[in-house]
Ligand binder design. Structure first.
Ligand code: NAP
Length: 309
């Protein structure tokens, strides 16, 4: 693989930035990878494990001379970080972000981007419940989608170069309108996370079922909820605060559907439940056919290895 960007600056050194550093290094996609994180502890860990070629104490120093700057901080912090780095960006550089919400990030970041610097927002649809500088791994993006939401005046050549990097890290890429992105993600990721958080919260509140029972008899359904509900609280707080409209829209529809199913159970309407579950099963098949998950039972877990993933 050949070098796509000479110098890449990662701002925020957590799961996503770390995975990018590993993937770019493995593929030889950048001549130099530098980074910055706000806390001394994260910077120390990043240096210790050699996450980047150089870790700087300030974001300004990290972006100086960078051809690609990646904002990999929580959605709510993007605007402040953009304001801080703006005066230090190299003319002709590309700035991208990996935030899980797009409209709010564009509103917060775009006003700070100087003339002559390309801002191309993006979102890798890949993650785990782990966070921090040690959480990243090179194959995180393999066969996963990485959506770009270019602005109307984004330079096509700059977009093509960023797409090339994303594909070289193993991801598939597509372009989308920011508002549509936020609605799609509300359905596929944001609302499901909130439901998982709620279900785990319900189990916690339900004192008739002891904590030991919940943990000991946690079959696949609940166990998967607990994995999702272990996701980073700061990241997810920001997702809901910044994708408010779309998430509330989907949660409203979810509540309506839940009432329909609740009524079917109360009325003993087995046909309705069966029809509903038949439709949802087809969606799972579609996800497998699209190569976005494994067909192996229980996500391919080894029996008895409940904590293996
Ligand atoms: P992470 O592992 O928690 O790392 C976040 C990084 O941002 C850390 O280096 C942290 O610095 C820094 N940070 C936190 N708050 C900050 C603030 N107020 N100002 C400046 N820096 C701050 O997070 P991540 O999972 O890599 O997520 C980064 C971005 O990717 C988020 O916007 C998220 O929405 C998006 N994303 C996440 C996933 C996922 O599943 N995790 C998937 C796709 C996209 P310290 O360590 O010094 O505190």
């Amino acid at each position: 693989m050949s070098i796509i960007y000479d110098r890449v600056a990662l701002i925020g050194l957590g799961l996503i930035a770390g995975s990018m550093a590993h993937a770019m290094r493995e593929g030889g996609l950048a001549r130099e990878i530098v980074g910055h994180a706000r806390s001394a502890e994260t910077r120390r860990t990043a240096r210790e494990i050699g996450l980047c070629d150089q870790v700087f104490d300030s974001a300004a120093e990290a972006v100086a001379g960078a051809d690609l700057v990646v904002l990999a901080v929580p959605v709510g912090a993007m605007g402040d970080v953009a304001a801080e780095i703006a005066p230090h960006l190299k003319p002709g550089a590309t700035v991208t972000d990996v935030g899980s919400v797009k409209q709010a990030v564009i509103e917060a970041v775009a006003p700070h981007i100087p003339e002559g610097v390309h801002f191309i927002p993006g979102h890798p649809l890949a993650g785990t419940e782990h966070s921090g500088p040690r959480a990243g791994f090179a194959t995180l993006f393999l066969n996963r989608w990485w959506l770009l939401t270019p602005l109307p005046d984004s330079d096509p050549q700059a977009v093509a170069r960023l797409s090339q990097l994303v594909r070289a890290m193993g991801a598939k890429t597509d372009s989308m309108e920011p508002a549509h992105h936020d609605l799609v993600l509300a359905v596929t990721s944001h609302a499901p996370h909130l439901i998982a958080y709620t279900m785990v919260g319900v189990a916690d509140h339900l004192r008739r079922v002891t904590d030991e029972e919940v943990i000991q008899y946690s079959a696949a359904g609940f166990r998967d909820f607990t994995r999702i509900a272990a996701s980073d609280p700061t990241m997810w707080r920001d997702v809901f605060l910044h994708n408010k409209e779309a998430t509330l829209d989907i949660l409203g529809r979810f509540t309506e559907e839940l009432f329909v199913l609740q009524r079917a159970i109360r009325m003993g309407d087995g046909q309705q439940l069966h029809d509903y579950f038949t439709r949802t099963r087809a969606i799972r098949r579609g996800i497998i056919e699209a190569g976005q998950d494994t067909e192996a039972p229980d996500f391919g877990r080894t029996p008895g290895a409940a904590k293996a993933d």
